[in-house]
Design a protein around this ligand. Structure first.
Ligand SMILES: Nc1ncnc2c1ncn2[C@@H]1O[C@H](COP(=O)(O)OP(=O)(O)O)[C@@H](O)[C@H]1O
Ligand SMILES: [Mg+2]
Length: 456
């Protein structure tokens, strides 16, 4: 087999030179580019087997360039090079499909093993095959973590609804509680699974556009209607239409939706003919529709119509026993995605996760685990890689949260700094004791002190 080709995209000459020397020594063929634009040109010319990409480039953002690389060559492994502490960049890059990342100064042993792993063709193929398989299994009840009574009941209802002929389902729950996931699961468990599942977020689209997105239009219905266009209601025929954030529907569209739900027919905009369709509508909201309808913001008749099969997803803070099983579920998934072998959580991390209130619910937990897994190099996730506000949750601050908030508010970092300083003062400067007061480990305290630049 010929030498593998690596493209280095970095604007620092010394960096390129150092890497070039090492890579040549390890028997790779190397090409260099100084700018993002040049990087893409070189990649076209040399079709490299792997790219080392600096996050900071003079002409484009490295993370944007990464997306461009992934668009053109989806299977090309890209290893990002970032400055120490550029956490946001790393998270963005890993989400956009970077194979992995290295921080400067570069650890050469780590670089060498990353290259070997990334280039092992067999591995890559396996990964691709795995993702395909996962795609089809993704919306199976086995992928929904449910240990608490509340969630087990939800799962039970989901199965029953999916198998039933119920044509309208209402999902209520705070943002991040799993409404999308449940909607798709219902579709995939139903007889409609081979027909389309189409989704639209009613709050993201202006009213007039939303109407034509939903119901379509005839040629000439309005000035720009040069062509007939089918709406989602028509395209989702025999399948499922997911209307997310239903409470932001205008009152006039609410009336049109109600008519559609009652008759299963609709007219395209500017059309005369009634069109019949057979679909299941799943509506979701993170608002309480009872309140909305009492306040006159949501039509009562539509609410009753939607509320025939209601499913309520409880917030994560009301089902704390789901937290650790969910965390372990996400660890398993990210192990595969990131090629890691994290076994679980350190005791302290577990406690922090359970004590926290999770205003962003499961989505926030998932993001926290993803972020921690990107950085954790040991077997268990330690507390130091959790987002700062999870560690500094008010209930855990020194003195039981006695910190007074000034009217104008304060950043969480300041809050945390104060808590640490208070604890250190109380403990007479004894770090072990201060850590105990804060209910964190001594290592975490030391890490925080350094990070927040607290002088002792
Ligand atoms: N019970 C659960 N088990 C596994 N993953 C979950 C669960 N609930 C939510 N998730 C995941 O959390 C994230 C947020 O869920 P989502 O369905 O988008 O919430 P919502 O639509 O209510 O805002 C998604 O990635 C989803 O797959
Ligand atoms: Mg959602």
């Amino acid at each position: 087999m010929g030498k593998k080709t690596i493209l280095i995209v970095d604007d620092e000459k010394l960096m390129r030179w150092t890497l070039q020397q090492k890579l040549a020594e390890w028997n790779y063929r190397v090409f260099e580019a100084e700018t993002g634009r040049d990087g893409l040109v070189r990649a076209e010319e040399e079709t490299p087997d792997l790219v080392l990409l600096d996050v900071k480039l003079p002409d484009v953002k490295g993370t944007d360039l990464l997306e461009e690389f992934k668009k053109r060559w989806p299977d090309l492994p890209v290893i990002m090079i970032t400055a120490y502490g550029a956490i946001e960049d790393v998270v963005t890059a890993m989400r956009s499909g970077a194979y992995n990342f290295l921080t400067k100064p570069i650890d050469l042993a780590k670089l060498q093993s990353l290259l070997e792993n990334a280039l092992e063709a067999h591995n890559l193929k396996k990964e691709v095959a795995y993702f395909r398989e996962k795609e089809s299994r993704h919306f199976h009840p086995s992928q929904i973590v449910a240990r608490t009574k509340g969630m087990l009941q939800v799962l039970d209802m989901v199965q029953k609804i999916a198998e039933s002929e119920a044509s309208i389902v209402l999902l209520q729950g705070e943002s991040g509680t799993g409404k999308d996931l449940i909607a798709q699961t219902i579709h995939h468990l139903s007889r409609r699974k081979d027909a389309p599942f189409l989704a639209i977020n009613c709050s993201a689209i202006p009213e007039n556009l939303l109407e034509s997105e939903l119901f379509g239009y005839e040629k000439g219905a309005f000035t720009d209607a040069k062509q007939q266009k089918k709406g989602l209601v028509e395209l989702a025929d025999r399948g499922t239409l997911f209307l997310d954030e239903i409470s932001s529907l205008s009152l006039s569209l609410q009336a049109k939706l109600l008519r559609f739900l009652e008759t299963h027919t609709f007219k395209r905009l500017g059309g005369l003919k009634d069109i019949d369709v057979d679909l299941r509508v799943i509506a979701a909201t993170n608002h309480d529709l009872t309140v909305q309808s009492q306040e006159g913001k949501f039509r009562t008749d539509l609410f009753y119509r939607l509320n025939v099969c209601p499913v309520y997803l409880p917030p994560l803070r009301e089902r704390k026993d789901d937290i650790l099983p969910l965390a372990r579920h996400f660890i398993t998934n990210y192990n595969t995605k990131f090629g890691k072998k994290i076994e679980g959580l350190e005791k302290e991390t577990e406690r922090l996760l359970q004590d926290y209130d999770w205003p962003g619910n499961v989505r926030e937990l998932k993001n926290a685990i993803e972020r921690a897994m990107i950085f954790e190099d040991h077997h268990r996730i330690s507390a130091q890689y959790l987002p700062i506000h999870i560690e500094a949750a008010p209930s855990r601050l020194a003195g039981g949260g006695k910190i007074q908030e000034p009217q104008e508010g304060r950043s969480l970092q300041d809050l945390e700094r104060d808590a640490i300083i208070q604890a250190l003062n109380k403990a007479g400067g004894n770090k072990t004791r201060a850590a105990e007061l804060l209910k964190i480990s001594r290592d975490t305290l030391r890490y925080r002190v350094k990070k927040l630049k607290i002088s002792l």
